[in-house]
Design a protein around this ligand. Structure first.
Ligand code: GDP
Length: 337
C-alpha cells in the first residue's frame, strides 16, 4: 500500500487529506514543527476527524533541508503533499518576511530533499487563488497571469514557480493545485467564514450581541475543504504532472454569506452586523472566481457541496460547538464528507 507524507498535517486541509488517504489504505506521515514534541503538538483538527492515532508524526523544520531529508528517508513516501504555510492573508501584512520564508522559500527545501532522497515520489504544492490578486481576467484559469496583492500571495507565486521549475528542470512529478477559498468547521476563526458562523451561533445563544466585519462587498469563490482535498489526491494519480485551478466557479459576496448565515437561525443580519473600515485590508482582492474546466476534464473532479449547503453546514457545526456538544460536531462533519 502507498505511503504519503503531508506537511501542514495539523491544519484544515492536512486533516481532511489525511483522512481521505487513510480511508484508501495509505500509510500517512505528517511533519510537525521541530520545536513541538510530536506528543504535545496541536492535534485538534486530526482529533476532530478521529484520526489522531492513525497518522505517524515526525518532527522537522520546514526551512531546513537536512531535517526534511531525514523524514523523507524514514518514511519513504510515494506521495508528498506540501500544505504547510503561514496561511492567513491578513496576518501576512504584519509578518511579510516570515510569510515569505514559510509559504515561499521553504518549498525549495522540500523539493530539494525529495530530489536527493526520493526522486520518484510525486509532489503536490498548495498554490492559491491569492496569486491572481488583482486579477487580469475573470474567471481565472491556469493561464491567467498572476498579480498578487499581499505578502502571502507573493510568497505563493514564488513557491508555485519553483515547483514548476523542478518539474521542468529535473523531471519531478510535481503538480500545483491553485485552490480558491475552501472552508470547513476546521477553519480557524481568523478566516471570515468561521468568524461569521461562530458569531451567528453565539448571537443565537445570547452570548454575543454584535458582529464587526471589514468590507462586506468583497467577493469570493467559496468551496468545501473536504471536496478540495480529493482534487489534490487525483492530481498525483495522473501519469503527467500539471497545474489545476480548483474552484466552484460561483462567486458570492461576503454580504450574501452573512445574510444566509443569519437566515439559518432565523435572524436578520442587518440588526447585528457592522462594517468597520479599520478591518479593511491594506490592499484587497475584490473578486475572485475560478474556472474549474480543466480539473473537470482531466481529473473528473467537481465540487459536491453547494454554497448554500456550505453556509448551513458551518453554522450548524458552530451551533453544536457553542453548545459544547463535541461528539455532535464530529457527527455533523462525518455526515458531510
Ligand atoms: P482570504 O480570502 O484568504 O483572505 O480569506 P479570509 O477569510 O481571511 O477573507 C476573505 C475576505 O473577507 C477578504 O476579502 C477580507 O477582506 C474579507 N473580510 C471582511 N471582513 C473580514 C473580517 O472581519 N475578517 C476576515 N478574515 N476577513 C474579512
Amino acid at each position: 500500500m502507498p505511503t504519503a507524507l503531508i506537511t501542514g498535517i495539523t491544519g484544515q486541509d492536512g486533516a481532511y487529506l489525511a483522512r481521505l488517504l487513510l480511508a484508501r489504505g495509505y500509510t500517512v506521515w505528517g511533519i510537525v514543527r521541530a520545536d513541538d514534541r510530536p506528543a504535545s503538538c496541536k492535534l485538534g483538527s486530526l482529533a476532530a476527524l478521529r484520526i489522531e492515532n492513525d497518522v505517524r508524526l515526525a518532527a522537522a523544520e520546514l526551512r531546513d533541508t537536512a531535517s526534511l531529508a531525514r523524514v523523507i528517508r524514514d518514511s519513504a513516501p510515494d506521495e508528498i503533499y506540501n500544505l504547510a504555510a503561514q496561511s492567513s492573508v491578513a496576518q501576512s501584512f504584519d509578518t511579510p518576511l516570515e510569510t515569505g520564508e514559510i509559504s515561499g522559500l521553504s518549498v525549495v527545501c522540500l523539493l530539494q530533499a525529495m530530489r536527493e532522497n526520493q526522486p520518484d515520489a510525486r509532489f503536490y504544492q498548495a498554490s492559491s487563488s491569492e496569486m491572481y490578486g488583482q486579477a487580469r481576467e475573470t474567471p481565472q484559469t491556469e493561464d491567467t497571469p498572476f498579480y498578487p496583492r499581499s505578502p502571502y500571495g507573493a510568497a505563493k507565486v514564488y513557491a508555485h514557480w519553483m515547483t514548476v521549475n523542478y518539474r521542468e528542470a529535473y523531471g519531478c512529478h510535481a503538480s500545483c493545485g491553485i485552490l480558491f477559498n475552501h472552508e470547513s468547521p476546521l477553519r480557524p476563526e481568523q478566516f471570515v467564514t468561521r468568524k461569521v458562523t461562530t458569531a451567528v451561533a453565539r448571537i443565537k445563544a445570547g452570548l454575543q450581541s454584535a458582529l464587526v466585519l471589514g468590507n462586506l462587498e468583497v467577493q469570493r469563490d467559496w468551496g468545501f475543504a473536504g471536496d478540495y482535498v480529493q482534487a489534490m489526491h487525483l492530481m498525483l494519480q495522473q501519469d503527467t504532472p500539471d497545474d489545476y485551478v480548483i474552484a466552484t466557479g460561483e462567486v458570492h459576496s461576503l454580504r450574501e454569506f452573512v445574510s444566509l448565515a443569519f437566515q439559518v437561525v432565523g435572524l436578520d443580519y442587518r440588526e447585528y452586523v457592522q462594517s468597520d473600515a479599520a478591518l479593511f485590508r491594506p490592499a484587497e482582492v475584490q473578486a475572485v472566481v475560478g474556472a474549474n474546466g480543466k480539473a473537470a476534464r482531466k481529473l473528473g473532479w467537481s465540487p459536491r457541496m453547494k454554497f448554500e449547503q456550505l453556509v448551513e453546514f458551518l453554522v450548524e457545526a458552530d451551533i453544536k460547538r457553542v453548545r459544547k456538544d463535541e461528539s455532535n460536531i464530529r457527527y455533523v462533519m462525518e455526515e458531510a464528507t
